[in-house]
Design a protein around this ligand. Structure first.
Ligand code: GDP
Ligand code: IMO
Ligand code: MG
Length: 484
């Protein structure tokens, strides 16, 4: 019942703006909200009055719900198969939030940020860390390789990033051992099981141990280091190998890295919940994409975590009702790394041209990404299952008329009314053709691109609130205002 009150609150506000003709200008994400000031608050009151008699809230509860509605936990998710440009968008939105938090996945993620011509690739550290006043959280839903995290933090520290007091690692996040990576590789090389094409970062085995209840939460390691040796023995027996001096050396290094992070390890859920109560804002940064979600993706060709927006509450230890906004990121076309269904995939010369133009090589593994036309069936599914309040399109600059004369949107899978649980080996896609647009200049949206966006809105059922026109932080065109 409470949820019914939040959803209208979001839509009432955007509707409120659109009626004032505020669309189509390059509105700042929050600038317009600030300019609204108290008016923004006013429109919530009728919503509350509307809902309180229906849910019969007591005075105290009303106040608590009201506070929750005013603050915003915004979740940014990938609406395709990962690599949609989530890192860039999180970096762009970060100034407007107090906390930036990763809630799932591990170093399989590769989030790229380009800022003043410099490129940063984040695997574990949240993409908000470049702003010195932001607090960043690695949530309990993550699996953390301490060697990788140490390396990432050391690299950032060399560039002048200070972590003291503003990087928090959940004591409940599970640790990822070198043997998790060996198990991942062994599984991928086993001819008797389906190859997934994983990043070989040990993600599947680390989550398996967590769910088998034999994993090592970070806090547990700090309390009792021997628990890692117990898990290690278990892994060696699975791998059928005996301990070697090289492995011992690797483990010593690993333990040293884990110990060196002890000062950052804490109960992260508690401060996040208190922050929510104080009305502070949290930006939850998803990794991977909806189609890689363990429950709702193209199983078994998925990653091992809940990549969808609802993973944020479990993966950060915050109440479900605290999430007030979900933003889905998608590319103007589609890409996928690894095995699995990809109905709109392109091959041959066309694919190579698109891959080169978009620089479609993995940020984590360097693998060439599979590329294809935009898949509106998958996008609609992502908008639906995540409850996206808005979508942001990236790489609008790539798909221009110097690359292809026409582009396509896959609008239906023949014989299927929606995205299936299991894809048939061959799937026929119905396409709609669109003219591509001239090279983008300034904040103008060419009419061809505008029709492409209108079609995306029609098929996905969600508004495209902004488009990214290049890798840099500043390359963005706000298309629709988007408020609490
Ligand atoms: P993520 O995993 O979703 O954060 O995405 P990745 O960082 O793996 O891949 C996205 C790539 O696209 C990165 O190299 C970004 O710098 C780049 N990128 C993001 N947005 C744009 C855009 O609008 N135009 C172009 N040309 N590149 C972009
Ligand atoms: P970001 O956060 C794209 C894919 C792998 C493989 C499958 C399972 O940068 O968008 P895993 O190593 O997780 O067990 O691999 O998921 N995959 C990604 N593809 N972007 C990612 O992350 C990915 N993380 C995992 O290629 O198909
Ligand atoms: Mg990536």
């Amino acid at each position: 019942m409470i949820r019914r009150f939040f959803v209208p609150a979001t839509f009432v506000s955007s509707f409120f703006f659109e009626r004032r003709g505020a669309t189509r200008s390059n509105l700042d994400f929050f600038g317009s909200r600030r300019s609204l000031g108290t008016r923004n608050m006013e429109h919530k009151v009728p919503c509350l009055c509307f809902s309180s008699p229906r849910v019969g809230l007591t005075g105290n509860l009303v106040r608590k719900c009201y506070r929750t509605a005013v603050m915003a936990v915004t979740v940014v998710i990938g609406a395709q198969w990962g690599d949609e440009g989530k890192g860039k968008i999180v970096d762009l939105l970060a100034p407007h939030f107090t906390w930036i938090a990763r809630y799932q996945g591990g170093a399989n993620a590769g989030h790229t940020i380009v800022f003043e011509g410099k490129k940063f690739v984040f695997h574990l550290v949240p993409s908000g860390i470049l702003y010195p006043d932001k607090k960043c959280v690695l949530g309990n839903g993550m699996v953390i390789d301490p060697v990788q995290l140490r390396k990432e933090m050391d690299g950032l520290a060399e560039g002048g990033i200070d972590f003291e007091g503003r990087l928090l690692i959940s004591e409940r996040a599970h640790l990822l051992l070198p043997t998790h990576q060996m198990l991942d590789r062994a599984r991928e090389e086993d001819r008797l099981v389906k190859k997934i094409g994983t990043t070989l970062r040990g993600i599947g085995p680390a989550y398996s141990d967590k769910f088998k209840r034999c994993g090592v939460p970070f806090g547990e390691f700090l309390d009792r280091e021997e628990c890692v040796d117990e898990l290690l023995r278990n892994h060696l027996s699975q791998l059928g190998i005996s301990p070697s001096p090289e492995l011992k050396e690797k483990m010593d290094f690993w333990k040293e890295a884990a110990r060196s992070l002890a000062g950052f390890v804490t109960d992260t859920g508690f401060p996040l919940r208190r922050a929510i109560e104080r009305g502070e804002t949290i930006l939850a940064e998803g990794a991977q994409g909806t189609m890689l979600d363990i429950d709702h993706g193209t199983y078994p060709y998925v990653t091992s975590s809940t990549t969808c927006a609802f993973g944020a509450t479990a993966g950060l230890g915050i109440p479900a009702r605290a999430v007030t906004r979900v933003i889905g990121i998608f590319k103007a076309y589609s890409t996928r790394v690894g095995e699995g269904p990809f109905p709109t995939e392109l091959f041959g010369e066309e694919a190579q041209r698109l891959r080169e133009a978009g620089g479609e090589y993995g940020a984590t593994t360097g693998r060439p990404r599979r590329v294809g036309w935009l898949d509106a069936v998958a996008l609609k599914y992502a908008a639906d299952i995540n409850g996206c309040d808005g979508l942001i399109l990236t790489k609008a600059d790539v798909l221009n008329n110097t690359l292809f004369e026409k582009t396509k949107i896959g609008v239906a899978y023949e014989g299927l009314s929606r995205l299936p649980r299991k894809f048939p080996p061959k799937i026929t896609v119905t396409y709609r053709d669109f003219p591509t647009w001239p090279t983008l200049r300034g904040l103008e949206i060419p009419p061809e691109l505008d029709s492409y966006l209108a079609a995306i809105e029609e098929y996905s059922g969600a508004p495209v609130i902004a488009l990214s026109t290049g890798p840099d932080r500043n390359e963005i065109i706000w298309r629709k205002p988007f408020l609490d």
